[in-house]
Write a protein that binds this ligand. Sequence first.
Ligand SMILES: Cc1cc2nc3c(=O)[nH]c(=O)nc-3n(C[C@H](O)[C@H](O)[C@H](O)COP(=O)(O)OP(=O)(O)OC[C@H]3O[C@@H](n4cnc5c(N)ncnc54)[C@H](O)[C@@H]3O)c2cc1C
Length: 448
Amino acid sequence: MKKVAIIGAGPSGVLLAHYLLRRNDQYQIDIYERRSDPRNIAFSKVRSFPISLGDRGMSPIAQIPGLVTAVKAVSIEKVGTIIHQKNGKTKVTNRQKPLVTLDRTHLATVLLEKLLETHNQHINIHFNTQLIAVDFAAKKAKLQKISTSVNTEVEAEFTIDYDLLIGADGARSVVREYLSNTPDFEFEQNYVLNAYKSIFLPKPDPIPDVNLEKNKIHTWRLTGGISVLMLYQLDGAMSGVILFPYANNPIAKLTTVDEVLTFFRDNFPEISKLMPVSEAEEFLKRPISRVLTVRCNRYHYQDSVLLLGDAAHAVSPSIGQGCNSALEDVFIFNQLLDEYGDNLAIALENYSLRRHPDGMAVRELSDYSFPVSKKLFFEFLLLNTWTKLLHNIFPQRCLPPIFEAVFQDNLSYKEILDYYQNWISKVKASNIKFYANVENNKQSNSGE
Ligand SMILES: Cc1cc2nc3c(=O)[nH]c(=O)nc-3n(C[C@H](O)[C@H](O)[C@H](O)COP(=O)(O)OP(=O)(O)OC[C@H]3O[C@@H](n4cnc5c(N)ncnc54)[C@H](O)[C@@H]3O)c2cc1C
């Protein structure tokens, strides 16, 4: 039996455990997760946000019996997007196939519950335990128990050995950090120029005069690169995020509850009607979060280390592909284990070869599908309508609009990027110029 240590109990780490445990007792699995068991702690609004999954993410989930039903039980299907304009007018884009939307924490919890329900005897999950170092040559990893008690000062460290170490430990991966000491490994990480804060709107009682359809994703855009994305949850509450340029940050300037309420009333009236004072208070306290994107030139080391999901190719959330691609990673790795009869040396090497073009493409698509400038945004809406029309007439020759295509499991990211390369190059040039202007304005305002 091969000893597998999975670092990270996020969506990719836990789904991989499901897959490996179905491979005829060949793998003994331990999962190490820095955070506490999500089943035992109160839902944290600071660390969570809604995610949308299409077939790309749902097909890998569907391979595990009972998992789709469990995921759908905590999800809402969304059949399109409504773009709200400041004058109250709306633009609706309907999807050909609905998206499954749910909170990231709920997804990780459901995957975990099902894993323990099915494989309780064969899996060890160590919560509050973080990876701190790896010795690739000796195949040993050093971990540290994180104390949950304020009185315990000494946090125990211990070492494990492994045959296969899985870095499913997210964008700030420690496994990747150690991989960067191996020959010819190159990686690049950058912050997305947009930052975000979560927004939670409780189910209103009584329901105000706001027409926000439950089965649509709702977005609002302001000039200056500020946008809001809100989705209904199962319980009638709404959750989402406000995105804004990190440089020249308008949200950091809000310092009182009144300022928060005024900001939403002036800019996002529909949201303001649903925002109680208590949420304005919480919003003020929540930290501003930044997204780190990651690009690596390979995702494995010999026959014993593999990066999955955000650890390998974290992307901007703008087109909702981080989790979809992380779950697809697991599906592809499992396919390679089938193809190469669980020969890890060959399967890992081929994983990097097969997955790398898509890892690079999803990063480019995530950064540059969506324009920040208003002028190009209208062009984007036109392109959307035009490509939809063409796809309906010539489904074999023309791809659906980018936002449909990326969620499909029958098109690789590389194919989509090749098809939409002209548009992506145009947005790239425009977005880079836009953020350079924001940065220049910041410097001239601060007298630098
Ligand atoms: C605002 C926002 C919106 C998003 N919307 C979408 C969307 O609509 N669709 C979509 O597909 N994706 C979306 N994403 C991206 C998605 O959340 C991530 O891509 C996805 O969670 C990646 O899964 P993962 O398992 O690779 O990593 P993660 O979910 O980051 O999980 C990594 C786990 O590893 C643990 N860990 C980290 N370091 C260590 C360590 N040293 N030791 C032990 N454990 C460790 C962490 O605690 C964490 O639980 C969004 C992201 C953001 C920020």
